[in-house]
Design a protein around this ligand. Structure first.
Ligand code: SPV
Ligand code: MN
Length: 630
């Protein structure tokens, strides 16, 4: 028997229609058939449905997610609401593990597990996990159609919500799979929500939630979850597989947005990527008024023939945090959220078919349905915590093309040339609002040392700083040293290396108040754009280049119609040597915990330290204003 016959016999006509079998055979890919057979045998669904790229198949998903109540209609046409389990509202870091074969190095920074043990455990949990349920077979593309960047993705899931979300967020891939010519060069993802309970149906056995990343087979197995960060193969699960692939080849996979910057009065678009840890301003930078958005979460970058790094968004939609989206501050998103279109809300409060979220700028009702279930103001959960009316990590899922600032180059198979990279931290007292790196290696250092401050629960205590290299620590699957080396080698190949900038929108004054307004980031971004085009001079310091006062004054005027005083500049851009030295000490301690950190990292760290100490001696002060360096 050949593989087709074997598949048809073993999977059988009670499970799959003849028409769907034909859809699979048309791919002429034995690897696809083998994977499906293996996981149908294991997960034991009662039905197998193959979804191709045609409208009718996609529409089937939308109908079924409604009829099985994974989603429900809201008042506005095309809007639906989905709920995840009360205990499945964010990425489960503890149970997301990278499976490492015996004898291979296991980095202390990465949550790893012995591969054999991990597979044994998860395959046992997945045994029969789809019993009585329908399993969907989906094909997608990570990246634009017909592009060198793009990687195929096969998804098996018993969740129509997952499938529906992926239709909004990712590009169709059934026809692209035909072009693989039988190769196994694709990622695959097996997902099951596991046993469901309640109405709407949510995952029951959360204690058996597992997300295991098997680099060796380019696959992720994930079970007993629904929250998109855990369940959707193509989002953070594929990110890890792609980081592995890129780091073993010669390109980059990053937790980057892609932004087209359009300075006033200059007829050009300059593309930037940017990585920011949570709550450091990533979405607000990607959605900066007057600019263009290509992507808000994940990018692949390759060295291109024109000498630039080119980037593509591997997604075509946004799974965005809805908290604090207000008509006043986020008019583009807000408008998309209240007008008819295909849109999934998750984990917000619904009353009379209307959604309400935290920080919406609208008074919420006193009761309704939310991630807890039937909710009234004053509901406490089983741990005695007051249940907010909506979850702080509640989300919306929409297509990028539904935003008025979507860049027409979203689907360009060549991607966009990247002139600059932002790394955004959050600290109240150390880094200036914007710093440009001295060179590419120093840019990697800036990315590797961004810190974000969590506000402590204890009153009066300064925030606890957490470093996340390139805002990618949660997704690293290769040792940090290898990752930093790959970055470095990538830059060496480029004729035009991106300029690298660190931002800090959260600097506070001596009175504890933020020194910058929410929109001031526009000035930093436009200044950075000008630097990549040679428009502005800058002041060289041991920590990088700082803007000159006159340039910022002019940009505050033209971009924001605001005054920017010398006093403000001095307060924001003063080099605080002791704080910066403390940061270097923290970084040294942290990076010493990992082996084989590249030498350039240490060279820069020690050079910065001696540069700062030298400056302190020369000027005789601990706080130095940029004018003193001119
Ligand atoms: C993030 O947390 O970085 C997200 C959302 O983009 S999630 O899909 O949960 O990863
Ligand atoms: Mn993200």
């Amino acid at each position: 028997m050949n593989i087709n016959e074997e598949f048809a016999v073993s999977v059988g006509p009670d499970l799959i229609s003849l028409q769907d079998i034909e859809k699979l055979f048309a791919l002429k890919n034995d690897h696809v058939l083998k994977i499906i057979k293996q996981f149908v045998d294991l997960c034991k669904p009662s039905k197998l449905t193959v979804i191709s790229d045609i409208e009718e198949d996609i529409e089937y998903i939308v109908q079924k997610t409604l009829s099985n109540r994974e989603e429900s209609n809201l008042n506005v046409k095309g809007h639906t609401i989905h709920y995840d389990s009360f205990y499945d509202q964010a990425r489960d870091k503890e149970n997301t593990k990278v499976l490492i074969p015996k004898g291979e190095y296991r980095s202390p920074w990465i949550n790893t597990m012995d591969r054999d043990d991990g597979l044994e455990e998860i395959l046992e949990i997945m045994d029969g996990c789809m019993k009585g349920r329908e399993c969907l077979v989906r094909f997608f593309c990570l990246g634009p159609i017909n592009s060198k960047f793009t990687i195929g993705a096969l998804q098996l899931t018993d969740s129509f919500y997952v499938a529906h979300s992926e239709d909004i967020l990712y590009r169709k891939g059934y026809e692209e799979f035909k072009k693989l010519n039988g190769s196994d060069d694709f990622f695959y993802f097996i997902h099951s929500s596991g046993n469901l309970v309640g109405n709407p149906p949510v995952t029951k056995n959360i204690e058996k939630r597992r997300i295991y990343i098997d680099l060796q087979e380019s696959r992720v197995l994930t079970v007993n979850n629904q929250y998109a960060g855990n369940s959707l193969g193509l989002k953070k699960l594929a990110l890890r597989l792609a980081i592995y692939k890129a780091n073993n080849e010669d390109w980059l996979t990053e937790h980057y947005f892609i932004l087209g910057v359009r300075p006033k009065g200059k007829n050009r678009v300059t593309y930037f990527t940017g990585a920011f840890p949570s709550a450091c301003g990533k979405t607000s930078t990607a959605m900066l008024p007057g600019q263009l958005i290509v992507g808000d979460d994940i990018a692949y970058l390759r060295a291109w023939g024109d000498g630039f790094a080119h980037a593509v968004n591997i997604e075509k939609g946004i799974f965005g945090i809805i908290k604090d989206v207000k008509a006043k501050d986020d008019p583009v998103i807000y408008d998309a959220l209240i007008t008819p279109r295909e849109l999934i809300y998750s984990n917000v409060l619904v009353k009379d078919g209307k959604p309400y979220w935290l920080g919406m700028g609208v008074e919420p009702p006193e009761d309704g349905f939310n991630h807890y279930g039937q909710w009234t103001n004053g509901t406490f959960d089983e741990n005695g915590n007051k249940v907010p009316f909506a979850h702080p990590n509640a989300r919306y899922t929409i297509k990028l093309t539904d935003l008025s600032n979507c860049d027409p180059k979203l689907d360009d198979p060549n991607g966009v040339p990247i002139h600059g990279i932002f790394y955004g931290g959050r600290d109240s007292d150390t880094m200036p609002p914007i710093v440009e790196s001295l060179n590419w290696e120093h840019g990697i250092f800036l990315g590797a040392t961004i810190e974000s401050e969590t506000t402590s629960a204890t009153l009066g205590v300064t925030g606890v700083r957490k470093a996340s290299p390139m805002a990618n620590l949660d997704f690293l699957v290769v040792p940090l040293g290898k990752y930093l080396n790959n970055h470095n080698n990538f830059g060496i190949k480029l004729k035009y290396c991106p300029h690298v900038f660190s931002t800090n929108y959260f600097l506070k004054g001596k009175d504890g108040k933020y020194l910058n307004g929410i929109l001031d980031k526009k000035v930093w971004v436009i200044w950075a754009e000008g630097r990549t085009r040679g428009d502005y001079d800058a002041i060289k310091t041991p920590i990088g280049y700082l803007p000159e006062y006159e340039d910022l004054k002019m940009l505050f005027r033209t971009e924001l119609d605001k005054d920017y005083s010398k006093e403000e500049y001095i307060e924001q851009f003063t080099i605080k040597i002791n704080f910066l030295l403390e940061k270097l000490n923290r970084m040294e301690k942290m990076y010493k915990a990992e082996k084989e950190i590249p030498q350039f990292f240490w060279d820069i760290l020690f050079m910065q330290r001696s540069g700062l100490i030298g400056l302190q001696k020369k000027i005789g002060k601990e706080e130095i204003i940029p004018f003193e360096l001119d």
